[in-house]
Design a binder for this molecule. Sequence first.
Ligand code: FE2
Length: 434
Amino acid sequence: MTRQINGDDLREQVAGELLRSRARSTALTDAVDEHDLVRQHSKLMSPLVWDLAHIGNQEELWLVRDVGGREPVRSDIDEYYDAFKFSRSVRPELPLLNPKEARQYVGDVRGKVFDVLEKVPLQGRRLVENGFAFGMIVQHEQQHDETMLATHQLRTGEPVLHAPLPPGGNLVPATETFIPGGPFEMGTSDEPWALDNERPAHAVHVDSFFIDTTPVTNGEYAEFILAGGYDDRRLWTDDGWEHRTNAKLVAPRFWQREEHSFVRTAFGVTEPIVPDEPVVHVCFHEAQAYATWAKKRLPTEAEWEKAARFDTAAGRTRRYPWGDEEPAEQHANLNQRHLRPAPVGAYPAGASPAGVHQLIGDVWEWTSSDFGPYPGFEVFPYREYSEVFFGPDYKVLRGGSFGTDKSAIRATFRNWDYPIRRQIFAGFRCARDA
Ligand SMILES: [Fe+2]
């Protein structure tokens, strides 16, 4: 989003983003039959039809009822689509809307939302300023689309999603780069659609460190496995070892070992791993063990953001690694344009001033940091967006994946998950003390 957008331009931009997110939700749910929409592909995920109606329900709560002050479309279903009321594992047993009803419902809500968008003043109330509530709902839908993409990855059966291959890799001049110590501005106070946990902008001192110029690749990760990394207790934390043992981890999720090589299955297609593609579907503990094996560590969240945004020569923090302009095709592997991470060096135009590649897009990157509030954090607009998740249970992930939409990623954007999660499109890069 550009920082200040007014009147008709803003309404037009919001409408475009609403249409783009809906086209994606529709494609992800139309790709499978009724049975695949209502069934649970994994205990970790909701049925796809739940995500669809939940997208509509959140949109109704915020844009139809709150922003628009209109009558409910369907107040009888709120509780079934409240993510805090019923966990993912029990959602299939709820009296959910069937696929036809869910499609009808999200369409009815959207019709009212376009009417609200036309009529409501986009000022005078913080919730609507710069179209924030609409932006929040666009991001919410795109985030659920990424979740639905993860459900597609867990689904078994013939491939139903198709996309062109990402651009080819290029040689990246150095494997790591030095980031000089000193303060930088972390977070944001002026990005109109930034969420509460990204705010406010604040100065953070970061000691000098080195960070890898690319995410860790399949080839590098395979070396760690073949070197016995999963069996070497010394590489794992206590929690990590316990989890690796209980969950019997031996390789990234969706990998199969064949003697000394590996194949992986992605969206129904099984093929040999591509050595120079970033590794994906590893949990925090696996990332941490790899980093220890490589005699490095995971970056902190502040280190990641400094490497992504800080322009040492200019002494200023950028919006994105490549500058202030919106992500375009040459910058990053986003928007589900491709169904896999791109090989390292595929996006030289997206590198940060320090020469760090592929920070945005490709794979979410685990950091060593717990999810917590920035100094001066204020809940907005509701506690359940971020605040209830703050604490040591969740680790922060940065940068977005190939399945993240550009509206739902910024260099300040913070994602969080349990350190054992592997169904998300997460990889990592390493750092080390200078
Ligand atoms: Fe949600």
